[in-house]
Design a binder for this molecule. Sequence first.
Ligand code: HEM
Length: 497
Amino acid sequence: MRIPLQTSHHRTLTVTSSPLSNESAGLVRRDAPEPPGPGGITRITNPWTAWRDPIGMFHRVTQEYGNVAMLKFGPLKYVVLNDPQAIRHVLLDNAKNYVKSRNYRGVKLILGNGLLTSEGDFWRRQRKLAQPAFHRERLSSFIDAMTLATDKMFDRWRVRAESGAFETDIHEEMMAVTFHIVGLTLLSRDLLGEAEAIGKALGTALYFANDYAESIVNVPLWVPTPKNRSFLRARKILDEMVFRVIAERREARRNQQNSAEKRTKNAGDLLDMLMDAKDEDTGEQMSDQQLRDEVMTMVLAGHETTANALSFSLFLLSKHPDIARRLSEEVATVLQGRTPRLEDLPKLALTKRVLEESMRLFPPAWAFERQALEDDFIHGFKIPKGAVVGVCAYVLHRDAAHWDNPEGFDPDRFLVDPKDRAKYTYLPFGGGARVCIGNAFAMMEAQIVLAKIVQSWSADLLPLTKLELDPVITLRPRGGLRMRIRATPPALPRAQI
Ligand code: HEM
């Protein structure tokens, strides 16, 4: 296969691209040039612009230098990949040569050594332990919690909508409902009362982690700068919540053992699975600190991303009333006014496509990165040992090479069977072995919450509200998203229209 690469001089280079891992042979390897790109600080890579508009930076680099490009900041080398085959090479085919990049050290400050940030055998073991909590059969038992949490949100909305309608930040609402769901399903705990405090702490911690990852030099955490202090305060709030949940569960398990009762209430949720897990050789079990890291990871990775996907979906629906109308017809036809059940999910097909299309346009995990352990070769270019490799899902998902009308909102493009879609062009959940463990959980949750909202409410963007993107660690709407919420009479099922 030949891949054309646009260079800064708008010349088209053609390089041999396949099979990538066999490019190792002979001269190609020894003489391989590094990928093209601006050296040092330029209009494109000016740190201020890159910090203000990282998505724009990815976009411009790809436009000017092609789908495998490299930026250099002193000794730091950053490779931007926007070619599906090259991305597959890093995430799957040659994944053993890549670890999570140094830029994950920011998230690591919050998550410690949990599933998202750990590596090697340790990660493999933890992934194996956590996987059963996300199996299909288990997911089906989560439906009740998902509908319950959404109904609780509606109770709050009904009070506020007494005079017909009310205005709210829909992103905050979605953060609260997904936080409630993660607590109920993975920890068997109702954490709703803590949603506001946790939300604030999380915001502070994420912005800090983002800045920390992007800075070349960081003030050590023990230096009491105002930023460090506010981060440590936020992390303490998050830690206290998680350690409390762990301590209470340990206590409950002890009591049950003492009273020789069979454990039934919590048995089988993620926390129980992690607590039950034993090292095959040593019989050792997870310490409270390790449990804390895994639980924190699930709570964080599992709620904000889904909340963002739901918020952007509601934003897009409010901008596209024709699709919103079709969606309420689908929901009315499938659900006939009742609450969604497992068997309804395949029939809520447009609901799913709306979410898929919204994650194409606004991928909640808008970029992910790896770091090369050894020199590697991609499309004839040398990826030097130590280089950070970045994939920007936002840019990839809007690339006209893979998508017709890439900027348009067209859920029906997902009518195409995923098997017929070019691989590694759509990566809302990442890819390879480190693909999102909560992928099916998130889709099911988002389908249920969105269908239930559409069933009983309308959500309209306030006039003059503009969507501004905030690509922190996840892609959020900057400053939230103000919408007007109104209870609606049930839409008529399609057959009756
Ligand atoms: C729409 C919602 C979600 C999106 C867009 C999303 C996206 C992602 C992406 C892109 C990755 C890979 C990151 C990388 O390769 O560096 C990832 C990993 C992960 N996600 Fe999700 N996620 C979502 C929901 C969830 C949920 C609901 C959970 C758990 C309840 C979860 C837990 C995780 C964990 C633990 C990892 C690390 C997996 C590993 O490395 O083994 N995510 N997610």
